[in-house]
Design a protein around this ligand. Structure first.
Ligand code: 13P
Length: 251
């Protein structure tokens, strides 16, 4: 199944809007069987989304802590997310790396905690515009993926999902060319093959994220041959998001 993941980020600001958005998407999702839709709302909306949805949409969190419980004011653990019915957790998003100084080491700890709770980590990696200009994309992807997966064995790896999200494409309207997304996807698969083996690497979905909209969505599946999409801004507009889903479902 193709995965289409909505990352709502820090939106919307009212529960009423969140419910409306989720319900609209949920109605369509239940009719489209070849796509797995995952919605990642802010933490506070998660349990309520579970109640309003029809079960066709899986839920994801946008982050989590690496311990399961304890004296860590403000944190939310994978165990709690599992308990309220979450299936996925986005880990290492560039906005968290950038605004909250998340390190590769912390990201690795979070991924391990997510796997321990039997949730699927959606690991985000991608280069900045400066790194791209200097031809450092492969080096950055290698470094981010290797440190994210440090100490994670072949058995656990089957639950992971990797998202290639070039930082320069996020929220800029400058989407990555399908050829670039394809070569990043192939490189990620090569890295996974080196670390594990070909069969294991082939089981791991690689998604694309960064200014995905209804006009370019199919390019990443059809031309770049990736296994799904991570959608930010466009996932807040039900018309646009549903049209992304429909266009991919028609492939
Ligand atoms: P945009 O789709 O708004 O560019 O955001 C992408 C993203 O960061 C998804 O995680």
């Amino acid at each position: 199944k193709i995965l289409i993941v909505a990352n709502w980020k820090c939106n919307p600001t009212t529960l009423l809007e969140a419910k409306r958005l989720f319900q609209t998407v949920s109605k369509t999702a239940s009719r489209i069987l070849k796509i797995q839709i995952v919605v990642c709302p802010p933490f506070v909306y998660l349990p309520i989304m579970r109640q309003v949805g029809k079960g066709a949409i899986k839920l994801g969190a946008q982050d989590c802590f690496w311990e399961q419980n304890g004296a860590f004011t403000g944190e939310v653990s994978p165990k709690m997310l599992k308990d309220i019915g979450c299936s996925y957790v986005i880990v290492g998003h560039s906005e968290r790396r950038r605004y909250f100084n998340e390190t590769d080491e912390q990201i690795n700890k979070k991924i391990k905690a997510v796997l321990k709770s039997r949730l699927n980590p959606l690991i985000c990696i991608g280069e900045t515009i400066e790194q791209k200009k200097h031809g450092q994309t492969p080096k950055v992807l290698r470094h981010q993926l290797e440190s994210a997966l440090k100490g994670i064995d072949r058995k656990a790896i089957k639950k992971i999902i990797v998202a290639y999200e070039p930082v320069w494409a996020i929220g800029t309207g400058i989407a990555c060319l399908p050829e670039e997304a394809q070569s990043a996807g192939l490189y990620i698969r090569k890295l996974l093959t080196e670390k594990y083996n070909r069969r294991t690497a082939d089981l791991i979905p690689v998604l694309y994220g960064g200014s995905v909209n209804a006009n370019n969505a199919t390019n990443y599946i059809k031309e770049a041959k990736l296994q799904g999409l991570l959608v930010g801004g466009a996932s807040l507009n039900p018309k646009e998001f549903l049209s992304i889903i429909r266009s991919v479902s028609l492939l």
